[in-house]
Unconditional design. Structure first.
Length: 121
């Protein structure tokens, strides 16, 4: 099961000792987002919830990615570029994967999904 939870750390604070396959911490390259993301990643690690992946969302350039990577040393960071195709698909009520399967952000998200999927036996 995949769950898209509310922003912040509230949900993580209420999780008991339940282990999950992965916690995706989605962070944009802004100081507030990075601050909340670092707290969420730390809490997930402290609770030993499972694999923690930082998703650097809306990355515009190397400086954006570097800011996020420096805030999460030693963490797995996956970059998803800022992509107008995502905005266009959203405005049209379409799934980006259907509307623009070759867009850079879509490709990054597909690669992330594949890395999370259990390997076929």
């Amino acid at each position: 099961m995949i769950a898209d939870l509310e922003a912040g750390i509230g949900t993580l604070t209420r999780l008991d000792d339940q282990r999950v396959d992965a916690v995706l911490v989605v962070v944009e390259p802004t100081p507030k987002s990075i601050e909340v993301g670092t707290r969420a990643a730390q809490l997930a690690k402290e609770k030993s919830l499972g694999r923690v992946v930082v998703v650097a969302s809306r990355v515009r350039d190397d400086d954006d990615l570097a800011a996020i990577q420096s805030a999460f040393p030693g963490q797995e960071v996956v970059a998803v570029p800022d992509d107008p195709a995502i905005v266009e698909a959203d405005r049209n009520g379409a799934a980006p994967l259907d509307a623009h399967p070759d867009a850079p952000a879509v490709k990054a998200l597909v690669k992330l999904a594949q890395s999370l999927a259990p390997s076929a036996a």
